[in-house]
Ligand binder design. Structure first.
Ligand code: ATP
Ligand code: MG
Length: 291
């Protein structure tokens, strides 16, 4: 399968993007679905190997963030990407509307508690980005956030973007890599997937009438995403806008980004020094001297 050009998906730091003009939800590489499946199988084996090394190295971690409109395929992508990975080395957190306890804290608090440990892959299925997305699209949610009145007004989104950039810089400078994916589904494809969720009984559980109400705010969401992505794609924690109208293409794109990032990180099994080698030899002697 032809290599995917990741520069096409990355949001250049400092660039103001237009989702409509700069990214195509239906983009595909020239490959058949079968070729993609084969590639994905090999990619999963590579990823599992990287993860094992990350775990053994035990100094760095990786946080993957998934954001998207409903039915863009977050859950399926997480399932695909993580299958084959040792469950001990990964963790997934899904962020829903905040609880009363969470609302009693600043917006990063609940995410802080869910960060991956060193050696682990952590996944955020939605994240603190909701606080500049749904909260921006629905101002009444911000009203419920118990902020002091003077901090709710003008400039709040700019300030939150700054908080997020600083937070992610802090993570990266402490050994936690941050990789961010926006699954870019088209409005037409979302409609198709909603209809399938309504029509097929085994998919009914995935559908909530509230999803259709959110769809009515599609343009507001697109604008909120454009602004958030433009302000928070940085050299140390870039955003990738992943084409999401073809599920196999979503999986191939996410996997390609992860493998590229791991290649750069190059995690390694810890070196065994002479002293440790001597301790191993001593352990072997002990074992062999048993009856
Ligand atoms: P699914 O694909 O299963 O629908 P989901 O991620 O959409 O998964 P839901 O339980 O349907 O999960 O929705 C979670 C909802 O919680 C989303 O609408 C999201 O925008 C909302 N949410 C997340 N974080 C916040 C927040 N900080 N404030 C308000 N709402 C939030
Ligand atoms: Mg939902």
């Amino acid at each position: 399968m032809k290599e995917l050009d990741l520069d096409r998906l990355r949001v250049d730091p400092g660039k103001k993007i237009s989702l409509r003009e700069d990214f195509d939800p239906g983009y595909k590489v020239a490959a058949t679905k079968a070729q993609a499946q084969l590639w994905l199988e090999q990619a999963r084996a590579l990823l599992a190997n990287y993860q094992e090394r990350l775990y053994a190295e035990n100094t760095r971690g990786m946080l993957m963030i998934f954001q998207a409109m409903d039915a863009a395929g977050k859950d399926g992508t997480i399932k695909h990407v993580m299958s084959g990975i040792n469950p001990m080395g990964c963790q997934v957190f899904s962020f829903k509307a905040p609880s009363a306890e969470e609302l009693d804290h600043d917006f990063l608090w609940r995410c802080f508690k869910a960060l991956p440990e060193r050696g682990r892959l952590g996944i955020f299925n939605r994240s603190y980005y909701e606080d500049v997305l749904i909260v921006r699209v629905h101002p009444h949610i911000l009203d419920g956030q118990q902020l002091p009145p003077g901090l709710k007004g003008k400039g709040i989104w700019k300030r939150r973007f700054e908080h997020i950039r600083q937070f992610e810089k802090y993570l990266v400078e402490n050994g936690i890599e941050v990789v961010k994916f926006f699954l870019n589904v088209s409005k037409a494809e979302q409609k198709k997937r909603f209809l399938a969720r309504i029509d097929q009984p085994e998919k009914n559980w995935k559908f909530s009438p509230a999803d259709v109400r959110e769809r009515a705010h599609w343009e507001d969401y697109q604008r909120a995403y454009e602004d958030a992505l433009s302000h928070t794609s940085t050299r140390y924690a870039p955003w990738y806008v992943v084409p999401a109208d073809h599920k196999w293409m979503t999986h191939v794109s996410v996997m390609s980004v992860l493998l590229a990032r791991f290649k750069e990180m190059d995690p390694r099994f810890p070196e065994v020094d002479d002293q440790a080698r001597e301790r191993l030899a001593e352990a072997r002697r002990l074992l062999e001297s048993e009856d």
